[in-house]
Design a protein around this ligand. Structure first.
Ligand SMILES: N[C@@H](CCC[C@H](N)C(=O)O)C(=O)O
Length: 320
């Protein structure tokens, strides 16, 4: 097994190279699970092979991803290109969520991960936050506001995008997706949140269950940066406190991971696609039922998206 993260590089020139993982915490949001660690000064080199070894479900701790808590200013010193993403907002965010997929690849954002990250920062005493107050968190998708409300955490995810433009939104698709176990190639709608997603629909429980997601779905045209794929079944809508709430069931194949029990950015993309497909008058509030639970997605008229769901810390881990 490759060694843990090491970093004798410029970011830690005065520090000893890190030869083993620091203490870790395991957490999850609707079953999308993560290992979290603090590296305030950006001294660790998160080598992809070492990350993949740590998240391995048989030889490591097992997780869909790794989250590093790092001070935004420290990360900017070693990744100056992030200044373009964060802009002047960087000053608002003391802490940055550095997210890695289980295969060690870097992703723009993680909607379940950022909720767990908020719990982690508070649990570790890195921030003090009254219930209901928002914390600005740096991410590779920009600075996002996150707030805890009781058992739930709400994230202002920013605006969704449609890389296929108005033509794709009018047609309802801009890609074809073949999933093992699902008959035929299905029309898919590409949505950025801001990481890439392609959403397809199935008609029944049986079709959703039949999808074989141990292999990545084939997407045409091939997305240059890879993509997450969501399979969605419409369940109808109900009225809750005078508000129409759409309901969908979703399974996901995540880029850099495989099938997961939940994907927060994917749930947002799925809700956007479901609203596009449902047409005018469709709800703005969606409950997305995933194998690991339920998250809520609220779509504002200006394209802003809010994601609300649980976030749980389950264990402290002292690595060897
Ligand atoms: N599970 C996450 C998404 C993680 C990143 C994704 N696999 C990608 O590569 O884009 C979520 O909850 O959003």
């Amino acid at each position: 097994m490759p060694g843990p993260a090491t970093n004798p590089g410029p970011a830690s020139s005065s520090a000893e190279p890190v030869r083993r993982w620091p203490d870790l915490v395991k957490g999850h949001g609707t079953g999308n699970d993560f290992v979290l660690l603090t590296d305030a000064d950006a001294a660790l080199d998160l080598d992809p092979v070492a990350v993949a070894s740590l998240t391995d479900r048989h030889r490591g701790l097992g997780a869909d991803g790794l989250i590093r808590a790092v001070r935004t200013q420290a990360l900017l010193a070693v990744e100056p290109g992030l200044a373009d993403v964060l802009g002047a907002d960087a000053a608002r965010a003391e802490w940055f969520m550095d997210y890695r997929n289980a295969d060690g690849s870097v992703a723009e954002m993680c909607g379940n991960g950022i909720r767990v990250y908020l719990r982690y920062l508070v649990d570790q005493g890195l921030v003090a936050l009254p219930d209901g107050a928002a914390l600005a968190v740096g991410t590779r998708a920009g600075v996002l506001d996150v707030r805890a409300e009781g058992d739930l955490v709400a994230v202002a995810m920013g605006r969704w995008g449609a890389p296929g433009g108005d033509a794709a939104l009018a047609a309802g698709f801009d890609a074809e997706v073949s999933v093992a176990g699902v008959e035929g190639a299905r029309p898919g709608l590409s949505i950025t949140m801001p990481n890439p997603h392609v959403v397809i629909a199935v008609a029944s429980d049986a079709e959703l269950a039949a999808a074989e997601l141990t292999r990545p779905p084939a997407v045409v045209p091939v997305p240059p940066q890879g993509t997450n794929v969501e399979i969605v079944q419409a369940l109808g809508e109900r009225v809750e406190a005078w508000t129409a709430v759409g309901e969908i069931r979703m399974r996901v194949h995540e880029r850099g991971v495989g099938e997961t029990l939940s994907c927060g950015t994917g749930a947002c993309a799925a809700a956007v696609a479901a609203r596009v497909w449902a047409g005018p008058g469709a709800p703005d509030v969606w409950d997305v039922h995933v194998p690991g639970g339920t998250v809520r997605v609220v779509l504002a008229p200006d394209g802003e998206v809010e994601l609300i769901g649980p976030a749980v810390l389950v264990a402290d881990v002292r690595p060897r």
